[in-house]
Design a protein around this ligand. Structure first.
Ligand code: ARG
Length: 460
């Protein structure tokens, strides 16, 4: 029997029926929906709407559906092709299995509170899986950093060489971003983990189901407190998608950095065969497709955020069918993000770092000019004045085609008589790095501490 057939005498247009149907994608909610159904049955039993015997028949039937659908071929059976959605699927199967008593399960419930419950249950578990993937990506960053704990590389602003940093410092920057991402998912999860079941279609249930009990059975931290809001709220999806979008933005930036560093021009890293691809035409090519795809896929998730916002912005209270469109965007957000996190972790574990080349690049092209300016400051000159002097020294060095370490003391003293022989030690690569010895700076000491903190944060 159709869920809503009584009011209708005519048949649905075939194309509209297909347009209306969501089973082909919302069957992904089946396990979560069945969990909600079991608790719904028990709550109706407690409220004496169902007899004990009816409850156990229904629960048995639901468990049987859960067992059958373990087989992936089961859900794609041709006789299910016309199923409207996962909720009508469950009811139809239940009635097939246990008879008309199966229809009693929907007492006081609507698909509106049902779908919100299933989606929240489903998403709660998916967020846990995403957190595990985020942790693994963080672990991959740490492993990479620990292979080269003191290796320098150039740091950039405007993609122009700026100052030397440690490779580990660069990698830990992304560790920090992913740590914030994890916190955002955890925060979003708090508002996912609230039970809407018992809100009915929009006004609440006529039957005395114990909503608090249902919440605790399903592991929800609380129940919703307004039925109109409960069935039409999708804020939790938007918050989740926002967290996903920020994470993808971070993965995209990391991808971009690694793509640049893998070019012949930079040559700091070499991508392993496991995560690179060739060209159909140019035999010499090895392309960073893995990273380009992560960068490209960030766009899809940004699009989903906009889709969620646009989908909800004009909806009058309470439920509207527009909300069915949330599913594919949600599933694609989860899949795209999860795949991207896996790929990033794999890439990080398949990179060879060219430490010699990065070290040479780290100190070339006047990356120690700021340290030279700071040297004069320590000799008592105001920073702005010292900046100006060193600017002129750099122009001179460029003309001479020399690095700052290659000028003579006499040449230096023609710019300021405060220069002494100790200037050369002050602008060595080691001094430039060691000097940044404040919390969050790139000195080997600070980076070692941050690496230890990062490792500890994952252990806890
Ligand atoms: N498939 C629907 C969805 O995902 C379930 C809710 C249908 N409710 C309704 N009143 N038609 O939103």
């Amino acid at each position: 029997m159709k869920l809503w057939g009584g009011r209708f005498t005519g048949e649905a247009d075939q194309h509209f029926a297909a347009f209306n149907a969501s089973f082909r994608f919302d069957q992904r909610l089946l396990a979560a929906d069945l969990q909600g159904c079991v608790v719904q049955a028990r709550a109706l039993g407690q409220a004496s709407i169902l007899s004990e015997e009816e409850v156990s028949r229904i629960v048995e039937g639901l468990n049987q559906i859960a067992a059958q659908s373990q087989d992936p071929a089961y859900l794609s059976r041709p006789e299910f092709a016309r199923t409207e959605d996962v909720h009508s699927f469950i009811e139809a199967r239940l009635v097939e299995l246990i008879g008309a008593v199966g229809y009693k399960l929907h007492t006081g419930r609507s698909r509106n509170d049902q779908v919100a419950t299933a989606t929240r249950l489903f998403l709660r578990e998916e967020i846990k899986a995403i957190d595990a993937l985020l942790i693994d990506a963080q672990r991959a960053l740490i492993e990479f950093a620990e292979k080269y704990p003191n290796a320098p590389m150039p740091g950039y602003t405007h993609l122009q060489k700026a100052q030397p940093v440690l490779l580990a410092h660069f990698l830990l920057a992304y560790f920090q971003m992913l740590a914030r991402d994890r916190a955002r998912f955890a925060e979003a999860s708090k508002r996912v983990n609230i039970l809407p079941l018992g809100s009915g279609a929009l006004a609440g249930s006529n039957f005395p189901v114990d909503r608090e009990w249902m919440a605790s059975e399903l592991g929800f931290a609380a129940v919703t407190h307004n039925s109109l809001d409960a069935v039409s709220d999708r804020d939790y999806l938007i918050e989740f998608a926002n967290a996903a979008a920020l994470t993808m933005m971070h993965l995209s930036r990391l991808s971009e950095d690694l793509i640049i560093y893998s070019t012949q021009e930079f040559g700091f890293i070499k991508l392993g065969d496991a995560i690179a691809t060739g060209s159909s035409l140019m035999p010499q090519k090895k392309n960073p497709d893995s990273l380009e795809l992560v960068r490209g896929k960030s766009a899809r998730i940004f699009g989903h955020v906009m889709a969620f916002l646009t989908m909800t912005k004009g909806l009058p209270l309470a439920y509207n069918k527009d909300l069915q469109e949330d599913k594919e965007a949600l599933f694609d957000t989860i899949d795209t993000l999860s795949d991207s996190l896996r790929v990033i972790a794999t890439v990080l574990r398949n990179i060879e770092f060219n430490a010699d080349r990065a070290r040479a690049a780290a100190i070339r092209d006047y990356t120690n000019a700021t340290d030279l300016a700071d040297y004069l400051v320590r000799k008592g000159i105001e920073f702005r004045k010292s900046h100006d002097i060193i600017g002129r020294v750099v122009v001179f060095a460029i003309e001479q085609q020399k690095e700052l370490t290659e000028l003579t003391l006499q040449e230096y003293q023609s710019f300021s008589n405060l220069f002494e022989a100790d200037l050369f030690a002050a602008i060595s690569l080691e001094s430039c790095l060691a000097g940044k010895n404040r919390i969050g700076g790139t000195s080997p000491e600070q980076v070692a501490q941050e690496l230890a903190r990062a490792r500890e944060s994952l252990a806890s």
